[in-house]
Design a protein around this ligand. Sequence first.
Ligand code: VAH
Length: 319
Amino acid sequence: MNKSILIIGACGQIGTELTLKLREINGEKAVIASDIHEGSNELMQSGPFELINAMDYDSILKVVEKYAINEVYLMAAMLSATGEKFPEKAWELNMNSLFNVLNLAKSGKIKKVFWPSSIAVFGPTTPKENTPQETVMEPSTVYGISKQAGERWCEYYFNKFGVDVRSIRYPGIISWKANPGGGTTDYAIEIFHKALQEGKYNSFLNKETKLPMMYIDDAIDATINIMDAKPEAIKIRSSYNLAGMSFTPHEVSEEIKKTIPNFEISYSPDFRQKIADSWPKSIDDSKAREDWGWNHKVDLEKMTTIMLENLSLKYDFNY
Ligand code: VAH
């Protein structure tokens, strides 16, 4: 069957680069980007775009029917930090958008769904090192609660209605093309921009806050790999643990100093410190590796090089 793909939330940090990659693979006409507002010039010029409110079933259905969509990547969500400022809105967006897409699949209007979960499903009582696929999950953020609930609904729709929905628990995602939006791990992106713009960064997480992270290319590869896997390979229909690397603000600042020796970091933890403290330090993603061949490629050193090289072009910075 020829793929006709709809990406909801295509203008976000992951959605932008996922759209570009899927268009590279499948051709621009096969991939419809959508969001509640228009996106970057690069995204808007790369292929078809539709305005969709992810909470409005009819606005999604209209585009699904217009393009005979058979696969949906639902990338729209309110992330952890913003979700703590607007808890009801976060719950509404994160849950209603998921129900809309699961119900489209249940009715047979689409064949396959990707929905991102997050390591935010884990909470303060979860083992912090090498967090297992199955363990205690008592999330303490609205974002984490919505992702935990969403995982249960994905598994329910698969078991009850045969909906082919696949999911990954993303760690913090690092990228330079599209700005992040309201996450707790965003410090790991901001630090590179500030290092080049100002030579210093005041981190909103403290020095030793170790969190699971991943470079965007690995996250996009994992997303496409799990969607291309044979159905029988997907043995977990809630969501798969996924990990790339784990590091602290101190460790990433030391890596930056190898290129920008005078870079200075300071620490002023804010409300996001409590969120970060509730999350794991490292993740056991052996199930994803066993079931559908996941393997990350980018480590802290390589990620730092990529980020500084690309952002120095953007800021015209010679180091
Ligand atoms: C956030 N970037 O910080 C997201 C992510 C694991 C963190 O889900 O909210």
